[in-house]
Ligand binder design. Structure first.
Ligand code: AMP
Length: 118
């Protein structure tokens, strides 16, 4: 059996985290190293490694991630003022944890997305 990802351990409450939302399909918790006033990670329970490995049958899960993002943004009070959703993909995309996740960043005006690093 494949080893559990860090995020699967968080989803199963095996390691501590600040979970702010959970249902049968996704769990959302605060990022341990926040890059904005609000930095939430929304993670599907299915351990899809990245967008690069998404399959057609994952469509519903992917849609649900965005529906939950909107719900959390509303609860944070930023759904009207705006926020950013980011999905890092693979090495060049800066993905560190090989378990698909959406970053929700909010709180004030966010900076630019940035060019590749030197
Ligand atoms: P990514 O680079 O897109 O794979 O993002 C992984 C994110 O997971 C980073 O923003 C990390 O700060 C965050 N992270 C790593 N370990 C933990 C943890 N134990 N609890 C919460 N967030 C974490």
């Amino acid at each position: 059996m494949a080893e559990e990802t860090l995020f699967t351990k968080i989803i199963k409450h095996e390691i501590p985290s600040n979970i702010i939302y959970e249902d049968d399909t996704v769990t959302a918790f605060t990022d341990i190293n926040p890059k904005a006033q609000h930095h939430i990670l929304i993670v599907p329970h299915k351990p899809i490694p990245s967008i690069a490995e998404v399959q057609p049958e994952d469509e519903q899960v992917l849609g649900h991630l965005l529906v939950v993002a909107r719900k959390i943004a509303t609860e944070l009070g930023v759904n009207e003022s705006g926020y950013r959703l980011v999905v890092n993909v693979g090495r060049d995309g800066g993905q560190e944890v090989p378990h698909l996740h959406v970053h929700l960043l909010a709180g004030g005006r966010l900076g630019g997305l940035g060019f590749p690093q030197a």
